[in-house]
Write a new protein. Structure first.
Length: 293
């Protein structure tokens, strides 16, 4: 069936800001009169900007420096369950070979895979409930989804590797996950995930909070613990290999803003592996965590 939602108005002001990574100063803004309910923001290895709009049920790709989309997927204001429609898509993850994945998201509860030209390849489903974010771990050929309401991270085979004979990758994987994390307990509501690649050891800190990672790859998660746990929202680090929670992390209350993470909605690890950024709604702020090797 097709779920119908009201048509939210277009946002007249600029919706995307480019910030200086050191000072946080706004360098430029763009995206006016383009989006209705922008949700996911991804920058791929070639500098393309991908945005999902849960209001129009669409996915947009912008070439570097352009404010006009180079690719639009989905039909504006028309949700659907087939290969050419979305229902409130939440995020995009892009592989180095150009294949990309869309978490489709709030109502279809699936992950969709597309080739570099935007042609549908396949979908992944595994009884997920609100697929809110994606992380691609190419060294393990895995696409991981934040299964928000089920309190877990579900990882599927991405099928990005070419065969030993040198032919392009063939998608032979099924819906059976490679991993479901954590293996022993719920994370609460898993809002967003990001990952670090193969690393032997990592030391990360923000204020008085620090943790040591000895497993690889590592998945960073921001979550809302269950009310029964009596914990504030926070971040955790998962071992992809063992499915274990390595550590938890938080903002330092002595930092600007003077409070812990309150309503984390997105997280990303920088490509150089030196920084973790968390976006919160409610307090409407970004927090930066420095990572030291």
């Amino acid at each position: 069936f097709v779920r119908r939602y009201s048509k939210p108005p277009v946002i007249k002001g600029n919706t995307i800001a480019v910030l200086d990574k050191n000072s946080g100063k706004v360098l430029s803004t763009w995206g006016n009169n383009t989006f209705h309910v922008p949700h996911g923001l991804t920058i791929d290895h070639r500098g393309n900007v991908w945005v999902t709009d849960t209001g129009t049920h669409q996915v947009f790709k912008f070439s570097p420096g352009s404010t006009k989309p180079a690719l639009v997927l989905g039909e504006k204001f028309k949700s659907g369950t087939d290969s050419s429609h979305f229902c409130r898509p939440t995020d995009v993850a892009v592989a180095t070979n150009g294949y990309f994945f869309v978490s489709d998201g709030y109502c279809n509860k699936r992950v969709m895979k597309f080739d570099p030209d935007g042609k549908f390849v396949r979908e992944y489903t595994h009884n997920m409930n609100v697929v809110h974010d994606l992380a691609l771990i190419e060294e393990r050929d895995a696409i991981c989804a934040a299964d928000r309401e089920n309190g877990r991270v579900v990882c599927f085979q991405a099928s990005l590797r070419p065969s030993e004979a040198g032919t392009p990758a063939t998608d032979l994987s099924n819906d059976e996950p490679l991993a479901i994390l954590p293996v022993s307990e719920s994370l609460g509501a898993v809002f967003a995930i990001s990952n670090l690649g193969e690393m032997r050891a990592l030391f990360a800190q923000s204020g008085i909070y620090s943790f040591v990672l000895s497993f690889s790859p590592a998945i960073f998660v921001v979550r809302q613990p269950r009310v029964s746990n009596k914990e504030p929202p926070n971040g955790v680090v998962l071992s992809f290999d063992k499915g274990e929670i390595i550590d938890t992390w938080q903002r330092d209350v002595s930092e600007e803003g003077g409070s812990f993470l309150l309503n984390p909605h997105d997280v990303v690890v920088s490509k150089d592996g030196k920084t973790v950024y968390v976006a919160e709604i409610g307090p409407n702020r970004l927090s930066k965590f420095n990572i030291k090797h």
